[in-house]
Design a protein around this ligand. Structure first.
Ligand SMILES: [Zn+2]
Length: 315
């Protein structure tokens, strides 16, 4: 909406000095000047237009504000969810944006870990098989007993996309998680943190729970490596809240720009890419006891045309 106006103004501004030139006294002179100026203007018009577009594109996206339809809280026009009530902001452009990423990351390693209170004894599912296509995030026998560790191989994706990570400015990073089973409730409040210690994925076969598994679990980041803090070592800040599978949706897109930007900032400072991954668990600060949601892991394959495994879109 702003574009035509701005362009018009810019063209007018560029014209004015010519019109105000000392020669502008007589009509014939004016006509002469115009006849000279027209080809020049015509030649420079595309450049002027380009300059205008460039300036408009450089303006920060977050400048425009709108309001959350649910709680009326003012939110940035490019936000996916309301920061106050966490409801999804409904704009038709959102799915399109998520697919126009500069780099899409689809590979990496992941693991579902669970507190022994949340295990099904029969399946020994507190042991990590490493190859599960689905797993749980949420509460069972405790508020945050079902957790998901996820590390995207960002350097590999950048290499494949032939984008240089050095000096890359993360404008936006969107995480997509697909829900396999919503459980009993419509939406699970979750919080996403940055892991501070790497984890081992495990190399077993889906559903097979070896007694001596080689992946991480609730107490270990890798065999014989004990977490400093049971359930995974992570930084308290920054963290991102979201609602997983809200209103029965099968695909949740979460803006995790702050987290990914933190990794890139550290890389810029140290020159070393150090990314142990993300930790996703229920957000205890949000609501009461909320059960769990089943999501697809990185091992989940395509179902028809759509990707079910987690994806990271970096712009
Ligand atoms: Zn709101």
């Amino acid at each position: 909406m702003l574009k035509p106006d701005n362009h018009q103004r810019r063209q007018n501004l560029s014209k004015r000095p010519e019109n105000l030139a000392p020669l502008s006294g007589s009509k014939s002179m004016n006509a002469k000047v115009e006849s000279i100026m027209h080809p020049i203007l015509r030649r420079f018009l595309p450049i002027l237009l380009l300059c205008g577009l460039f300036i408009i594109n450089m303006a920060p996206d977050a400048e425009a504000l709108t309001r959350c339809g649910d709680c009326q809280y003012p939110v940035a026009s490019d936000a996916l969810t309301c920061p106050k009530c966490l409801r999804k902001l409904k704009w038709p452009i959102i799915p399109e944006r998520s697919r126009s990423a500069r780099v899409v990351v689809r590979t990496g390693s992941d693991a579902f870990i669970r507190h022994p209170h949340a295990r099904v004894r029969q399946y020994r599912d507190d042991r990590n098989s490493g190859d599960d296509q689905i797993g749980h995030i949420g509460s069972w026998g405790g508020p945050t007993t079902l957790r998901y560790l996820l590390r995207f191989d960002i350097p590999r994706a950048f290499a494949m996309a032939q984008v240089d990570m050095k000096g890359f400015n993360v404008r936006r990073a969107l995480l997509k998680l697909c829900v396999a089973d919503h459980g009993q409730y419509a939406g699970l409040p979750i919080r996403i943190y940055l892991l501070t210690r790497p984890f081992a994925e495990g190399t077993g076969i889906a559903g097979v729970r070896e007694q001596d598994h080689d992946g991480c679990d609730w107490y270990h980041s890798a065999p014989l490596m004990v977490w400093h803090r049971e359930g995974g070592d992570y930084a308290e800040k920054p963290s991102i809240p979201a609602i997983l599978g809200e209103d029965g949706e099968n695909e949740t897109i979460i803006d995790i720009t702050e987290l990914i930007r933190a990794r890139f900032d550290e890389y810029e400072k140290t020159g070393i890419w150090n990314d142990p991954g993300l930790l996703i668990m229920r957000d205890v600060s949000r609501y009461g006891y909320r059960g769990y949601v089943t999501i697809y892991s990185l091992e989940a394959s395509f179902i028809g045309q759509s990707v079910r495994s987690p994806e990271l879109f970096i712009h």
